[in-house]
Design a binder for this molecule. Structure first.
Ligand code: SF4
Length: 335
């Protein structure tokens, strides 16, 4: 694939991030000699572009590869193959030193803020660690001032500096995680299920905070969640993943009003509608998500798809193609 011209899901502006044919397979080992006996196809050829200041929502059931994809983009996990370009540089080709410098611009916020914050460190030490590593505060005073500024940016205050993570609520801990990510002035932030562990009202507060920060700092987000209703509000475009592949990618509003892939239709049918007079027919998918060690041939979704037509669906992989302006679908029989 040509990274410039074969643009599978391009935003209008020059992309900040380009991902091409990203693949991550994990070996499965067994037997006395721990030989490789199979491979988990976690990410199976993902491509997209992301323009600066935009948010790409990524949704799919647990195990669909969305978190692995996010980590591969940042090279927290080494991809098996494929390319990632960020600000015009190929991240997947960088050596350790250049990668460290690049890592500053690409941050991640994790799902469980408590697990990702060292319980023995004060909030100041957690947020200030990256300032020290990247030499972003020349004096102790500058270091402290920057931490206070970051705390205030995320809705906390200077009094919180000397406290420990266990003294905070889940929502506050996630704010500390956001402040830590912002400490190094990133351009791209991967929010990996960043609000999934929070109560619905707290989710809304954190999403509003992320939107405010995006407007103020010009941040670009990849917002990963398993729930379509969570990503709707914050995303400019949404990618739906199933067993390691993007099956549909479209502007947010269009995806919610005119889904074209049977899997997206099924996911959307489970999203509650606030208007009690509107009823949506629930599409119940049969069976569980197949094992990513032995994903079904052809269309990965064919074993559960209510619209599958054989033999084509079980033998031929559908490619992501443009069904309408900016609306990409991987289905042989999409509407
Ligand atoms: Fe369903 Fe076939 Fe489309 Fe796959 S390609 S989503 S199995 S209709």
């Amino acid at each position: 694939m040509n990274p410039v011209t074969d643009n599978p899901a391009a935003p209008a502006a020059e992309p900040l991030l380009k991902v091409r044919d990203l693949v991550k397979h994990f070996p499965v080992r067994g037997g006395v000699f721990k030989r490789e006996i199979g491979r988990v196809h976690a990410v199976d050829g993902v491509s997209f572009d992301l323009a600066p200041g935009q948010t790409l929502g990524v949704v799919g059931e647990s195990g669909c590869g969305k978190s692995t994809m996010g980590r591969c983009i940042l090279r927290l996990i080494e991809p098996t193959s494929g390319q990632v370009w960020f600000e015009g540089k190929e991240v997947t080709a960088l050596g350790p030193e250049d990668l460290r410098a690049m890592a500053r611009k690409m941050q991640i916020i994790f799902q469980d803020p408590y697990a990702s914050l060292n319980p023995r460190m004060t909030v100041a030490a957690i947020i200030g660690e990256a300032l020290t590593i990247h030499k972003l505060a020349p004096t102790k005073q500058a270091w402290q001032d920057r931490i206070v500024e970051l705390l205030e940016t995320v809705g906390l205050n200077a009094d919180h500096m000397r406290r420990y993570p266990h003294e905070f609520s889940g929502g506050q801990r996630q704010r500390i995680g956001i402040a830590r990510a912002l400490a190094v002035d990133p351009s791209l932030v991967v929010c990996d299920e960043a609000v999934s562990a929070l109560d619905v009202s707290i989710q809304a507060q954190v999403i509003n905070l992320l939107e405010d920060l995006q407007a103020k700092l010009g941040l670009t987000y990849i917002f990963i969640a398993h729930d379509l209703s969570v990503v709707e509000h914050i995303s400019d475009r949404v990618a739906v993943m199933y067993l390691g592949r993007i099956v549909e990618l479209a502007p947010s509003r269009e995806l919610y009003t005119t889904p074209r892939h049977p899997y997206t239709e099924a996911l959307l049918s489970a999203v509650p509608i606030p208007d009690p007079t509107v009823r949506r027919k629930r599409i119940m998918l049969q069976g569980d998500v197949p094992s990513p060690i032995h994903p079904p041939a052809g269309c990965h979704f064919h074993t559960r798809c209510p619209k599958a037509q054989h033999p084509r669906c079980s033998t031929e992989r559908p490619v992501l193609e443009q069904a309408a302006d900016g609306h990409w679908v991987a289905c042989h029989f999409h509407n």
